[in-house]
Design a binder for this molecule. Structure first.
Ligand code: ISL
Ligand code: CA
Length: 543
């Protein structure tokens, strides 16, 4: 028997504020823009919103480099705007969670400035300084160490040169973080998504990373911090002091932890995190985000079966394909435009009928696809720009750009497509990042008018979930596990049984038989008793 919780019944919607809706024509999305679109989100059927960072930041990594945790980024608005947002979200009976980035801060954060300039102050150990660098590399290319003239030492940054890793070994620092989190909970936010939270504990002495692992992964040192010795302790401490007293929800972003470690981080009797995001399903094994290849849906099937069968009732899976760090899922699977609509709906069926909490990324509900970028000048993301410069040292510019184009995070960061007017109704001014012509055909306004749109399908499915609690707490059982391109599973409880029947291939697949009962929802209007058509996905109700 599973324990009930609001977040096990909720569907989350991730907003990337910079690109969601601009209210004042400066080309940058903002809080008032979000407030103006809350009715849209509510009508979609969403229960909770996750906001990517909105704190004061010099925007080296679009807000994931925080300068002041207690201030709102000027481009996004004011603290009053934020308080209004909390009220407006709650008024509509939705929840709001914030992004909590506490593995690192901006180098412009007061703590870092003082650590460097006042080496006798209490801030001296808030960051990770060493006399000599080790061989760890940054996720955004090059060494993970900056030389700091003032201290004649090196400081660690696992991400950009302006994102300095905090030293969680320091108890004062941990306390300051706890107090900071409490001030946001006092403002009424319902929880947090914790950025790379599994990286906060680094192995004592910071030993060099293994050459073999480094070569294999493409970055050095991760085995010394992706699941560090004090991780569980830090999480339990934060849970006990901060999350539990406020009944706050937590979902950790935890790249690389896999199923067994994820269980240890999220089991309900361990009081660490409520859920985690695992990323192993976002690329087919043997590929990285920057390879150009076709994603294999057969792998998604095997991954989902593995998690659903082994994660257990004490842990709640998260279900997602997209976020602000990844190209669009439809483009990865099959970029042929004739399949865009059926494929967008197939993805919705899987995400919204398996056991777990779905997270929909802005634009996913429209079936947004990768952008048609042409030159490196059109890109904004620090990861892409750094990697491009690095690649250009060993290959031609064209080849380097092709790799960037396959994986750039900017595919997911172009403005939300609201209508077919200039700048897609996102802004009256030129957006901070280029967008292609796709908004002329794919946008909220036109999809709201079209009953067969992906957006309508999401609305129907989200309403359907609310009528069928078997999706929240029922069992999942798979059949035909070995059969290529066929994905069939049942959701069962005392009250009903649903059968989900999917063709993962882009061809007509001969049916052996039809499921029993009635077909309630499908991405094909007419039932064919002979074939499952390309990417056909249907929900049947039995008995
Ligand atoms: O670990 C990785 C290398 O494959 C990356 O996936 C990385 O862990 C992931 O991108 C972390 O993302 C989060 O933290 C970053 C920020 O740039 C991302 O936007 C955020 O989602 C640093 O704060
Ligand atoms: Ca603005």
């Amino acid at each position: 028997k599973m324990q009930k919780a609001w977040w096990k019944e909720a569907v989350f919607y991730q907003i990337y504020p910079r690109s969601f809706k601009d209210s004042n024509g400066d080309g940058i999305g903002d809080l008032q823009g979000i407030i103006s679109k809350l009715d849209y989100i509510k009508e979609l059927g969403i229960d909770a919103i996750w906001l990517s960072p909105i704190y004061d930041s010099p925007n080296d990594d679009n807000g994931y480099d925080i300068r002041d945790y207690n201030k709102i980024m000027t481009e996004f608005g004011t603290m009053e705007d934020f308080e209004e947002l909390v009220i407006e979200v709650h008024k509509r009976d939705m929840k709001l969670i914030m992004d909590l980035v506490v593995n690192h801060t901006s180098d412009e954060h007061e703590w870092y400035q003082k650590a460097v300039k006042e080496p006798e102050s209490k801030y001296r150990d808030y960051y990770i300084f060493q006399d000599k660098p080790n061989n760890w590399t940054s996720f955004f290319s090059g060494s993970a160490w900056n030389y700091v003239e003032e201290r004649q030492q090196y400081a660690l940054h696992l991400f950009s040169k302006k994102q300095m890793d905090l030293n969680w070994e320091n108890e004062n620092l941990r306390q300051e973080i706890h107090e900071m989190v409490k001030t946001w909970l006092e403002k009424g936010v319902d929880g947090f998504r914790l950025d790379v939270i599994n990286y906060i504990s680094k192995r004592n002495g910071l030993p060099d990373g293994s050459e073999d692992i480094g070569r294999l992964m493409g970055y050095y040192g991760a085995e010394h911090y992706f699941y560090g010795p004090r991780l569980h302790e830090y999480l339990r401490e934060m849970n006990e002091k901060v999350f539990r007293p406020y009944n706050a929800f937590s979902v950790g972003e935890t790249p690389g932890t896999g199923l067994e470690m994820s269980k240890l981080l999220t089991a309900d009797y361990r009081y660490e995190l409520d859920m985690v995001f695992s990323f192993d399903h976002l690329e087919t094994p043997g590929h990285t985000r920057f390879d150009e290849y076709q994603y294999d849906l057969g792998y998604l099937k095997s991954y989902m079966i593995y998690w659903m069968e082994n994660y257990g009732n004490h842990c709640q899976p998260s279900l997602f394909y997209e976020n602000h760090d990844n190209p669009r899922m439809i483009s990865k699977i099959n970029a042929d435009p004739q399949y865009r609509i059926v494929l967008g709906k197939l993805l919705a069926v899987i995400q919204l009928t398996l056991r777990g909490t779905p997270f929909i990324y802005q634009g996913q509900e429209l079936g947004m696809v990768n952008q048609d970028f042409h030159t490196i000048e059109e890109l904004r993301d620090v990861e892409s720009l750094n990697l491009y410069n690095k690649l250009c040292k060993t290959m031609g510019k064209k080849e380097a750009f092709a790799k960037i184009l396959a994986g750039t995070r900017d595919h997911a960061r172009t403005p939300m497509q609201w209508n077919n007017q200039q700048y897609a109704g996102f802004s009256d001014g030129e957006p901070w990042i280029r967008m292609d012509e796709d908004y002329k055909y794919c946008n909220v306004e036109s999809q709201l008018q079209d009953e067969d749109s992906i957006l309508h399908f999401y609305q129907e499915l989200l309403a359907f979930r609310k009528e069928h609690s078997v999706i929240y707490y029922g069992e999942v059982c798979f059949t035909n596990k070995k059969e290529k391109d066929l994905f069939i599973y049942y959701r069962k409880d005392e009250t009903e049984t649903l059968c989900i029947e999917i063709n993962l291939g882009s061809y007509n697949k001969k049916r052996k038989k039809c499921p029993q009962g009635v077909r309630l929802l499908s991405n094909y209007a007419e039932l064919s008793p002979v074939f499952l058509r390309p990417y056909e996905a249907s929900i049947w109700k039995q008995g």
